[in-house]
Each structure stands twice: as C-alpha cells, then as structure tokens.
Design a protein around this ligand. Structure first.
Ligand SMILES: Nc1ncnc2c1ncn2[C@@H]1O[C@H](COP(=O)(O)OP(=O)(O)OP(=O)(O)O)[C@@H](O)[C@H]1O
Length: 254
C-alpha cells in the first residue's frame, strides 16, 4: 500500500524583494510528509524555515514550484478555495500567537470551527484545553495572559478542530520547560493516536527529538534529513552547520 502524503512540496522557490535587494528564502525545496508523522524543521536563523511552513501551508505563494495538501495542489486554487481548504484541513501555531484580542480564550479556541461552520467536539476541546493547562482561564482575554499562556491558547486553537495537518512555528519557544514538555507530548499523542500530521519549526534539539524526522535547512535548501535522531545527534548536526547557533539553541551560553 502506498504511503498517504499529507503534504508535499516540489522545487519550492521563494524570493523576496526588499529595499531593492533580492533574498532567496527557499532555493528549491523538495519534501514529502507522510500522514501521521511528526517532522521538525531546523536550521540557522534566516535559513528559510518559516518561509517553508508558510508556502507549504498555502499562507504564502511560492515564486515557483508546487505544494500539495493531501491530494490538492495549492497553486491551482483561487484565494477563496485556498482559504476554505486551510480552514477545513490545517491548524497553525504562529510565533506571534495571532489571537484575537476582543475574544475570550474559549472563543479564540473555537473560532476556526465557527469560521468553517463545524460544530465543536466539546469533549475534545475540553481535553485539549485541559492538556495545555488553560482550563481555568477560559473567560480571560489574550491581553490578560502571559506570553506562554497565549501560546498555549494558540496551540489549543490549532488542535481543537482535529486538522489533518498542523503547522507550528516555534510552538514551545515562549514556554517554560515543564509546559513545553507537556505541549510536545500532546503534539506527539495527536500524531500517534489520531494520525494527524505535524510539521514544526524549532531551534530546540530537545523539542525536535519528539519528532519522527528532522529536516535541517541551510540557505533555503534541505541539507539533512534524519529519521528519529536523538538530542545529541541533532545538536551535533546543527553545530556542524552553525556552531554558535547550535550552542545557544541547546541552552548553552556562548
Ligand atoms: N516578507 C519578507 N520580505 C523580505 N525578506 C524576507 C521576508 N520574509 C523572510 N525574508 C527573508 O527570507 C530569509 C528566510 O527567512 P525565514 O523567516 O524563512 O527564516 P527562518 O529560518 O524561519 O529564520 P528564524 O529562525 O530567524 O525565524 C531571511 O533572509 C529573511 O530575511
């Protein structure tokens, strides 16, 4: 039986022009992500990790190349169809949380379902809220929460609809070690128990060790594709690319 692909990108190129200068954020990335797998995307700052996530998720259009979510090629979709596809199949956790200030925690978490006209699965929503430790803050507004708490709300919002694919950009960057471990265990369990697919950008080798696979980007290209590496192997790979960055990521002050 062939492996079902949740996400695929082919020869993805993304160039930006800013202040008269051209930057090649992605220089031709090919990658396939099987359904029910958890992939960590790593690499030095500026290597193209966020751009890969954004273009693979259909939040940004590539300069050239193609991206698929499930069997659907994103470049063939109108903006409306793309928005519909994202709302029904994709969950996002952004670096900047992107919570709606005017809504409560509970309303933020169920917003994607209301937007896509799906009835929330109350039991699952309650479980997700509990597992990110936000059960006692449901009626707060984002401005009344710490950065780590806002990130946990963003994670609950991404998982509440049981999307087929979750794209997460540094989901544990703002969390303390204990909360980060709980969130990573939750991400791991939705892959193992519900066959959801996660693609997560992280700088942290410990966070990446929860994944089934680690892709390392450098200068807009995949330079390493490791199946189930341990923390020390990941740290060594990063150190070989960019020694200072790897030391800081591993929590060691340079
Ligand atoms: N909107 C934009 N306009 C111009 N250049 C951009 C834009 N977004 C990203 N870039 C550039 O593209 C390159 C890749 O950026 P990207 O954010 O994908 O890297 P990253 O690996 O996620 O970095 P970090 O780890 O610092 O978040 C960088 O050189 C960045 O400056």
């Amino acid at each position: 039986m062939s492996v079902q692909l949740a996400v695929r990108v082919e020869q993805l190129v993304r160039r930006y022009e800013a202040g008269g200068q051209h930057v090649t954020a992605l220089a031709g990335v090919d990658a396939a992500f099987a359904r029910g797998t958890f992939t960590a995307v790593m690499g030095p700052s500026g290597s193209g990790k966020s751009t890969l996530l954004q273009t693979a998720a259909g939040l940004d259009r590539p300069t050239s190349g193609r991206a698929w979510i499930g069997g659907t090629e994103l470049s063939k979709l109108s903006e409306t169809a793309l928005t519909r596809l994202r709302r029904s199949k994709v969950g996002f956790v952004f670096q900047a949380f992107n919570l709606v200030d005017a809504l409560t925690v509970e309303e933020n978490i169920t917003l994607p379902m209301r937007l896509s006209g799906t009835r929330p699965d109350r039991r699952w929503v309650a479980e997700v809220v509990e597992r990110v430790g936000m059960g006692d803050r449901l009626h707060h507004r984002p401005a009344q929460l710490s950065g780590g708490q806002q990130q946990r709300v963003a994670i609950a919002r991404a998982l509440a609809m049981r999307p087929e694919v979750v794209f997460a950009d540094e989901p544990t960057g703002a969390l303390d070690g204990t909360t980060a471990a709980e969130v990573l265990a939750l991400l791991r369990s939705i892959v193992d128990e519900q066959q959801q697919t996660i693609i997560m950008v992280t700088h942290d080798p410990l966070a990446a060790s929860y994944a089934d696979r680690v892709l390392v980007l450098a200068d807009g290209r995949i330079v390493t594709d490791l199946p189930q590496p341990g923390v020390s192997r990941i740290a060594a790979e990063l150190a070989s690319l960019h020694p200072k960055e790897a030391r800081v990521s591993a929590g060691v002050r340079a």
